[in-house]
Design a binder for this molecule. Structure first.
Ligand code: EPZ
Length: 458
């Protein structure tokens, strides 16, 4: 199964946001449920024999994609405000053509394997999409599924799976604590016969939230120390009621935007516990924040204190390290720090492509294949440009920008808002709407001077 990652097109289309930069972002935004939990929670609903209810669901395209995938498999999905009702009582097989409508749109379809094998005895998975940030193989997923007892056949249409002898618990160790492969094992093991022991598992907060959902459904899952998860298979799971944990990637994106534009943004819904590593980095750079932990109205206010920002040497890592998805917005903020910063990307081999556009805007960023962080990683030996040195502060100037992927796209928006002059950012509908709910309304609410080609700013 190959990843059909989208190729950016330079465009003259309407998919462009015009940004008049140089205005500090000031005000408040609300973040809802995490994209990287909500989509998986929707897949988990397939395992239930009764309906599930998921609250705090953001209006983003990845939710639409998974809704489409569930519906073609006979799940009744209804959205009321930000509450999603999913009734899987009439799950049925879907045709290759109707599933393939969703080919190339997201990475989530691979997670339907276990639930569909349990419910229907077979599954068809279209070619995957997702951001173009590295090879993004799915070898761990397929290897684990085969060990569970699945038969995997790839053909020109996509991947067909069956489980002629049912699925059985396994002892499995991941080569790398992959988020998706951990979720694959969880969603398959909960109803496999016997016990599964997963070693070197990912333990991101979104995974722990997925475990909470599965536990509500009737699963038996023990999270041991040292990345070991033990799952005792059960015969039946019921539906769940759950409020998705808030999106800590979106929260950090707004925090970085506040810092880069010398503004102040209250991110309602942001939670300190899931963002501890980010908050340490934010403070080390010289950013200020204040946590309001009211359970319903709380959040975190992030602001630029008016003093020079400081350079840092940091590296991305799996949880509890610095999230790779926080890297791009932080790099934009680091272009404004006074001195040399280092960012060592250890999760993906190719996640600095967006920096060429930042360089065109006046940022001073050099890429290296050496591991410039404290930890030698697997990309250094393989010659990938995965370390960045950022020399600041740089005066950013406006440019026409082509978004290459979701998080890089948001960092381009931040750079355009921090820059003097008028930038045109292409690809916002195609990429940003995948993971940022109502981002244009939020930007306008924060005082950003933005417009579409056909509209005039007030
Ligand atoms: C999830 O991707 C997220 N996506 C990503 O967010 C996030 O960056 C990533 O986890 C890491 O936190 C979703 O949840 C939908 P991985 P995932 O498996 O699960 C290698 C965003 O912008 N690997 O943890 O696909 C892989 O190549 C997105 O919201 C294998 O080698 O990530 C990578 O180097 C982007 N073989 C590393 O593991 C495999 O079979 C981590 O990937 C699987 C992964």
């Amino acid at each position: 199964m190959s990843s059909t990652d989208a190729t950016p097109e330079t465009g003259t289309s309407d998919d462009v946001l015009i940004i008049h930069g140089g205005t500090p972002l000031e005000g408040e935004v609300t973040v809802r449920g995490a994209k990287n939990l909500v989509s998986k929670a929707m897949v988990a609903a397939l395992l239930g024999t009764s309906p599930s209810v998921l609250r705090s669901v953001p209006a983003i395209r990845d939710v639409e994609v998974v809704t489409g995938l569930l519906r073609v498999h006979g799940v009744d999905v209804e959205l009321d405000g930000d509450t999603l009702y999913m009734d899987p009582t009439s799950v049925e097989s879907a045709g290759v053509e109707e599933i393939n409508v969703h080919a190339g749109t997201s990475r989530i379809p691979i997670l339907l394997c276990g639930p569909l094998l349990h419910r229907l005895g077979r599954a068809f998975i279209p070619d995957l999409g997702g951001c173009n940030i590295g090879g993004r193989p799915i070898d761990f997923h397929l290897d684990a599924l085969r060990k569970f007892g699945a038969v995997v056949d790839k053909d020109a249409d996509g991947t067909h799976l069956s489980a002629p002898n049912g699925l059985h618990g396994i002892r499995y160790e991941l080569e790398f604590p992959s988020v998706g492969a951990t979720e694959q094992v969880l969603l398959t093991a909960v109803m496999a016969k016997g016990t599964t022991e997963l070693r070197n598992a990912a333990i991101e907060p979104e995974i722990i939230d997925l475990i909470c959902i599965l536990q509500k459904m009737g699963a038996i899952i023990k999270v041991h120390t040292n990345r070991v998860i033990e799952i005792v298979g059960v015969d039946e799971l019921k539906g769940y009621r759950h409020r998705a944990l808030p999106d800590r990637i979106e929260a950090a994106s707004w925090a970085s935007a506040a810092l880069a534009t010398e503004g102040s943004v209250f991110v309602r819904g942001a939670q300190q516990t899931d963002m501890m590593t980010f908050l340490n980095v934010f403070r080390s750079i010289g950013g200020a924040y204040e946590v309001d932990d009211d359970p319903t109205e709380g959040g975190i206010r992030f602001w630029h204190p008016g003093t020079a920002l400081k350079p840092v040497a940091i590296e991305t890592d799996v949880h509890p390290g610095l999230m790779t998805d926080w890297q791009q917005p932080l790099v934009v903020a680091l272009t404004q720090a006074d001195g040399l910063s280092i960012m060592h990307e250890t999760v993906y081999e190719n996640r600095f492509g967006y920096t060429s556009e930042l360089r065109r805007m006046g940022a001073n960023i050099e890429l290296y294949s050496d591991c410039l962080g404290g930890t030698p990683c697997r990309w250094g030996r393989r010659n990938f440009l995965h370390s960045a040195v950022i020399a600041g502060p740089s005066k950013l100037h406006a440019a026409d920008l082509q978004i290459p992927d979701l998080r890089a796209g948001f960092s381009h928006l931040i750079a355009a808002m921090a820059a003097e002059g008028t930038s045109r950012v292409y690809g916002v509908d195609r990429y940003i709407t995948r993971g940022y709910e109502n981002f244009e309304a939020k930007l306008l609410g924060l005082g950003a001077k933005i417009e579409r080609p056909s509209t005039k700013i007030a």
